[in-house]
Design a protein around this ligand. Structure first.
Ligand SMILES: [Mn+2]
Length: 418
């Protein structure tokens, strides 16, 4: 049977305007201090094409013909001496089995190999590199450095940025990817239920975060999708609050924005709950407005609609709902209480690879739906976030098992573990 990654590479290399040669790096762990590095996190496009989670590796894909794609993997398998210090690496048989790549070579050979491809053809070779950078002042990546090297050494070669093609490919999730995303949902659900049964007033946010992490570890999950947000009371009105080190007092709400992973596929869930296990009437009133906004967006999430249009649904509903409860007085408008987008693509990255022109829903896409409401004058921040699969019919809520009705959350919180 063909490895799924082999089919993926073939589909990618045969897609429209794909270059003759494509190179992806797995990346390496950044230096932390002295001889320490941060934990390695594989470059997701490399992982998407190989299923291999090792640093300092290079994938070279070559489109030999309209039907044939050659893939070479370059990396150093650890020798016995290195293994004594940091453990062994998977065997080349294991790497071949996972990735479907037949040709595995030591890393020092890869530039001499591409030299052959770049020099031995009558046509002008095109080389695909991922030249994307998040911010204009980010350091050049290995791909940028390679691009400069190729431009100098092989001026006849044509460099092509494959970021748009990668975004298009990763946007639509295969069944295999959806399976992994569902597992990340399940472990998130279990950890949240454990958290609900454990929390108490006067608990520190970092302890609450610790319960979530501990539950994930018990389920064999080492990696969260992103640093968890655990924000009590007023702090929940800071969208990307990251301190997680304050006590949460009786009668306050806690906003959680967190997620588990499975083989790097992310869950991204927000839930808001009362630290003492019981919503006040006012908290419930505000909470139900957010919940209703979320339901409306999920219902509208069908192919053809844009992420911006989904956000307009929230704003339009809030115009009426917030007015009814007296929040839109004294010159206040919806944007004083809601100031972010409702949705982003989700996958191997939490804010998954995307392009502005791809922000129109198509079947197979997974997006978050996360309206919020931030009432600073009352010290209340609420966000409810689920992960949604777009299909040709109605949207499928991948997080539907994770409690979100106030009464369901209260029930889980009444099951005390201590
Ligand atoms: Mn999100």
């Amino acid at each position: 049977m063909k490895a799924i990654y082999q089919t993926r590479r073939e589909d990618f290399m045969h897609s429209d305007s794909c270059p003759y040669l494509t190179i992806l790096y797995s990346g390496k762990a950044p230096v932390r201090s002295a001889d320490e590095t941060y934990r390695f996190s594989v470059e997701r496009n490399f992982y998407y094409m190989t299923g291999i989670d090792l640093e300092n590796a290079v994938l070279v894909m070559i489109r030999e013909s309209d039907t044939k794609v050659y893939s070479n993997l370059y990396l150093n398998l650890r020798d016995e001496e290195t293994a004594k210090w940091i453990g062994g690496s998977p065997s080349s048989e294991e790497l071949k089995r996972i990735s479907g790549i037949e040709h595995i070579y030591p890393i020092n050979l890869w530039k001499s190999h591409i030299h052959r491809y770049l020099c031995s053809h009558s046509f002008r070779p095109s080389v695909g590199l991922n030249l994307w950078r998040c911010r204009f002042d980010d350091e050049p990546t290995q791909a940028h450095q390679l691009s400069s090297w190729i431009r100098t050494m092989y001026p006849e070669a044509k460099i092509q940025n494959i970021f748009p093609s990668l975004a298009k490919a990763r946007l639509i999730k295969s069944d295999d990817e959806l399976e992994k995303m569902k597992i990340a949902q399940d472990t998130t659900k279990n950890a949240l239920e454990e958290l609900y049964a454990y929390v108490r007033p006067e608990m520190n946010e970092c302890e609450i975060e610790g319960i979530f992490d501990f539950s994930l570890r018990k389920q064999g999950v080492k990696e969260t999708a992103f640093p968890s947000i655990v924000a009590g009371g007023m702090r929940a009105t800071t969208l990307h609050y990251s301190e997680n080190n304050h006590l949460v007092h009786d009668n306050e709400l806690v906003l959680l924005d967190l997620g588990s992973t499975h083989q790097h596929y992310c869950a991204d869930i927000s839930r808001t709950f009362p630290i003492n296990g019981k919503f006040t009437e006012r908290q419930k009133q505000l909470y139900n407005i957010v919940l209703e906004a979320q339901n409306r967006v999920i219902e509208a999430a069908v192919p053809g609609i844009t992420l911006l249009e989904l956000n307009d649904i929230v704003i339009e509903y809030y115009q009426t709902a917030l007015k009814e409860i007296g929040l839109l007085e004294n010159g206040k408008s919806v944007k004083d209480y809601y100031y972010h987008g409702v949705s982003h693509p989700l996958g191997l990255d939490t804010h998954d690879i995307s392009l502005p022109e791809l922000e129109k829903l198509v079947p197979g896409m997974v997006i978050t739906v996360e309206p919020g409401l931030y009432v600073t004058e009352e010290g209340i921040g609420i966000r409810i976030e689920d992960d949604i699969l777009i299909t040709t019919d109605s949207a499928v809520n991948l997080s539907s098992n994770i409690a979100k009705k106030p009464e369901d959350i209260e029930l889980l919180m009444s099951k005390s573990l201590i």
